[in-house]
Design a protein around this ligand. Sequence first.
Ligand SMILES: [Cu+2]
Length: 196
Amino acid sequence: MFRDYYYSRDTVSPQVSPTPAPYAQQASQMPYVASFNTAYAMIVAGPDYPSISGLVTFVDVPGGVRVCANITGLPAYKPATADKQPVGPFGFHIHEKGNCDVGNPAKPFETSGGHWNPTNQPHGNHAGDFPVLVASNGQAILCFITDRFRVSDVIGRSIMIHENPDDYRTQPAGNSGKRIACGVIQPWNQYQPYMQ
Ligand SMILES: [Cu+2]
């Protein structure tokens, strides 16, 4: 009820909120802010490493976006062999589409599309090319700041974790191998009423 009152204060009917609480009166004097300045992605595991889970958060900050990841259940490092990339550190990117359906288990998460690349850059400089995830005992914790987008640009896209490290050079995806976990980026505090 408070939200109804607050977001439609110019047309509010007295039946909806006959006696606004003091905090609502205060809020009604402040500008309405529809903000998408915080987003999150819950990470879901693909079939190869089903114990992966975690959260990635996106917060607009002056000059960019602070991205923080806390991922658990990542596989142990395996060195490269003659014909295989190392397992870990893990390539970490924003992909175009907000769809984390596993689809074909042999090639999971194809529905997320390719790398999000709004400015047509080579891989390594895509807006959503992130630092690799380095795991300790299966857990990777990472925060960084990027000025390549704002939070509102990435809502409705997805964040992807790959099995192999990103070489930041091979096109179009850094040779980072299989997609092993994915999360749809969703608005967190879609509305920011001035509430205490
Ligand atoms: Cu990727």
